[in-house]
Design a protein around this ligand. Structure first.
Ligand SMILES: CC(C)(COP(=O)(O)OP(=O)(O)OC[C@H]1O[C@@H](n2cnc3c(N)ncnc32)[C@H](O)[C@@H]1OP(=O)(O)O)[C@@H](O)C(=O)NCCC(=O)NCCS
Length: 221
């Protein structure tokens, strides 16, 4: 019998995660938690029922829900929520869509997901709470630190390093061996040919540093 899992987040990415959970068959989704929209508490939506916010964690644990998954695109928020779930004693599984490809020696930390059509090639190391989104690819020996989001269709050449909490935008291409710092946002469609420092927004072809970012509100999902 499938175990129960609660999904934290109740937006588009949460629907994607719920679908992967359903296809994988190990868990049944008991509901969703949404701290951002208190007015949705108790409501049903397309994907299921919103049980409340993070204050529900204790009740869920005592009712036998042992697993959780953070389905929030924003990297800082995802890492912070994952910390709270870990502290509350939840298991944070690795999820993988059946159409994703993961080489045999790839390591993945807890709470990470390979979405439909994602490809991760040999020797890559994927940290915790990483999203490799729809049809994105991560090539051989890449190192992807905790909390990174590789958005849909992005391509990373071999031996790329992406630092903690960085966002590689929709369809971006990163040349092999490039190092991207932590907390950095690479804009959609960019071509990254050279290393990028921590905490910048960079985009274009080739990508250039546009600003030094404190937050990346424009891509919160
Ligand atoms: C980089 C980004 C964060 C900038 O957002 P922003 O600060 O709101 O920027 P704006 O939309 O106000 O655009 C400012 C200027 O930069 C340009 N620009 C913005 N993003 C760009 C990009 N990715 N590549 C090239 N130019 C870009 C705009 O055309 C605009 O130019 P203009 O002033 O000449 O008209 C955003 O465009 C982006 O790429 N987000 C990533 C989205 C993503 O990956 N989603 C994933 C979903 S899975």
């Amino acid at each position: 019998m499938p175990e129960s899992i609660v999904i934290v987040g109740a937006g588009g990415h949460a629907r994607v995660i719920a679908d992967i959970v359903r296809l994988a068959g190990r868990y049944t989704v008991v509901g969703y938690l949404d701290d951002l929209h208190p007015e949705r508490r108790g409501a049903s939506w397309d994907a299921g029922t919103i049980l409340g916010g993070m204050e529900q964690l204790g009740v869920l644990r005592s009712s036998g829900v042992n697993a959780a998954f953070v389905a929030v695109g924003d990297c800082e928020a995802r890492l912070a929520l994952a910390d709270r779930l870990g502290a509350a004693g939840f298991d944070l599984p690795v999820l993988m869509h059946p159409s994703a490809v993961r080489a045999g020696d790839v390591t993945m930390g807890p709470g990470s997901v390979l979405v439909a059509g994602a490809i991760v090639n040999p020797g890559a190391r994927i940290g915790a709470h990483v999203i490799v989104n729809t049809a994105a690819s991560v090539d051989h020996e890449c190192v992807i630190d905790d909390g990174v989001h590789i958005a849909c269709g992005a391509r990373l050449g071999g031996r790329v390093h992406v630092g903690r909490g960085s966002w590689i935008g929709l369809g971006a291409v990163v040349k092999e061996r490039v190092h991207i710092g932590s907390g950095t946002l690479v804009g959609a469609g960019s071509l990254v040919l050279k290393d990028l420092p921590d905490d910048v927004v960079a985009y274009g072809t080739p990508a250039r540093v546009i600003s030094h970012a404190q937050s990346h509100d424009t891509i919160r999902g």
